[in-house]
Design a protein. Structure first.
Length: 180
């Protein structure tokens, strides 16, 4: 039961911090988009950008649910791994930051490019298309804001390391059962 609690607390904390960051940074600090549009951009991973924008509050709700599901799955991976690899909880700050960076790479270079939010507006439909998307993805720096907002790259890395990986690791340390 404590493992489940650690997963839920880690996922909720990481999800809330991450989406709060997105609301502020992609809203008033840069692009001026609304929280609804931020959430629709998450839903775009499932249904594509155009469909997500057209869906209004329903696609924003899909984005919110998807965001917290993904954050909770990220927490589950870490918490379950920490049951075997004790260093993950003994050095939770270090490994939480490392895990967050791994999540940054996975989300920005693998998950998003293969999703329906990618440039083609649909999931990769074949191994060849997936390989092409991944090759293109790893040849670019992702998560930045282009020339207008170059600091967004560092912000994206910050949010994944400090606001996602770290709370997950600290929840695992605090709430998951530890046996030596």
């Amino acid at each position: 039961m404590r493992i489940l609690f650690a997963i839920l607390i880690g996922g909720l904390a990481a999800g809330a911090l991450d989406i709060g960051y997105a609301f502020v940074v992609y809203g008033p600090l840069s692009y001026g988009i609304s929280p609804e549009q931020v959430l629709q951009s998450v839903a775009a991973g499932w249904i594509g950008r155009e469909e997500s924008r057209a869906g209004g509050i329903a696609t924003a709700a899909l984005g919110l649910a998807s965001h917290f599901l993904i954050a909770t799955l990220m927490a589950a991976v870490y918490v379950l791994a920490s049951q075997t690899a004790k260093a993950l909880t003994k050095n939770a700050i270090l490994w939480g930051l490392v895990y967050g960076f791994i999540l940054y790479v996975a989300m920005n270079y693998v998950v998003v490019p293969l999703s329906a939010a990618g440039a083609n507006g649909h999931f990769a439909s074949s191994f060849a298309e997936a390989a092409e998307r991944l090759q293109k993805s790893f040849s670019e720096v992702r998560g930045g804001g282009g020339e207008d907002y170059p600091w967004l790259l560092w912000g994206t890395i910050f949010t994944h390391t400090v606001l996602v990986g770290l709370p997950i690791a600290l929840a695992a340390k605090r709430f998951a059962p530890q046996s030596d």
